[in-house]
Ligand binder design. Sequence first.
Ligand code: C2O
Ligand code: CU
Ligand code: CU
Length: 530
Amino acid sequence: MELPSLDRRDMLKVWLLGAAAVALPFQASLTAKSASRISSRKLPKPYTLPFAVPPVLPKAYEDATTDYYVVRQQAFVGRILPGVDTPLFGYNGTVPGPTIKATHGRRTVVRQINELPDQHPSLGYVPWTSTHLHGMPSEPQYDGYAGDNSQPGQWKDYHYPNNCEARTLWYHDHGVHHTAENVYMGLAAQYHLTDAVEQALPIPKGQYDVPLMLGDASFAESGALLWDDHSHSGHYGDVILVNGVPWPTMKVTQRKYRFRVLNASVARGYKLKLSNGQPFQVIATDGGLMSAPQSVTQITVGMAERYEIVIDFAAIKPGQKIQLVNLGVKNAIDYDHTGKIMQFEVTADPFDPDNNLVPAALAPAHSAMLLTPAQAKVKRYMRVERTNGLWTINGQTWDDVEKGDFNPIFANPQPGDVEMWEIENKSGGWFHPVHIHFVDFQVVSRNGKPPRPEEKGPKDVVYVGEGEKVRVLMRFSKPGGYHGRYMIHCHNLSHEDHDMMTQFQIGAHDVDCDPVKTAPPKYGNPPVWS
Ligand code: C2O
Ligand code: CU
Ligand code: CU
């Protein structure tokens, strides 16, 4: 096993405790059987609980151009483990939150009301929130900027243009320094954007189009969620959740299903595979449909990555069961059952035979996939690493951005510019799924070689593995399009919070697009839509 590189703080521990002592806890935790302190009798056996899908959020109001939604961020006591009460934070009291369904060309306004308590029940911090719609090219003031925090008692209307291609997005908390805990507590949900191209395809739809939000949790003796971020390296739970249910079993019929896989874990990466080794097809990535499906037997899913996959159960005999398993990735702490995700039980039930295809040509190539490196006006280099106990990007942290009154920027492309960024992770000890807000990019190369098959579609998060160098290519907005400041960060939420985050600026920064000042959250009762 390659040992993680030691930073100064770790070196201090070595000095204080001796090398053997510091190596031990890390190795011990790598082979630990469980993280939860609750009696193991209270943990369900894998594949014994029924699969569930998050509810769809009903519209609160609509007019000629826009759909309006209301989301209340609330603390509540829910049940993840059967018969065990677990304090959670949820959007409208569900974990995961309700799915929002949006249509290209119709705008949405989502009113986020922070009704959380003044303090987190066990960690004691103030749960301010900032809601990011991950995957949407929003204006800066509605992008869930880390400094644009709604305090408990405040609300804010987020406006979304829905002007991009059909895709699986997700909305999640982005409150500065507590994103990890807030998302872990439940502030995450899917958002599906559809368009005419997607609707015309004969791919699985309706009940055969299924969200799969992956998470991992561990539980204290009381049933509360246990939080241990291993000195800001990340939280790793021993219970795998799919749409909030531990290792569920889903009954399926003998046809194709489309699964919208989203890794909503704080720090765990997954390598997914079917237990029978059966191939499946990747049809869409973060930024929407691929032009052609990719047939694979496994995919690696870093935090915040979305992969839409189609699994065909047609050849599996009724009564048979197959499992979606996790082969694991380097530097995620594995426990006894983290290699299991969920089970499919094939039934002989009748099914709708329509939309049961994956055509060889899915969609016209996404504009990001048509870019060539020669179009890049600038090439930039980004180094992600741990320095002096802090997670940094080119040696900088979000704290540096805040100290500079939000003025420091990593790049300043003009609207319409194409740039190529090389992101390098020299460490052997960590992987970093790097997310660039606002854009869809093409993964040009991974260590000088072509990207993995599942990455051959538009992306907004790229898995920068141990010792890896990844190049991404993107166009920033368009002339006359949105301008302003957007975040770049590692989507290991503990890394993001401490403090592996910076920003770039498209064109000019103005009063009309200041992420903090233009549309600040408010106290009091929101007006009623009519
Ligand atoms: Cu999914 Cu800046 O986040
Ligand atoms: Cu994002
Ligand atoms: Cu990271």
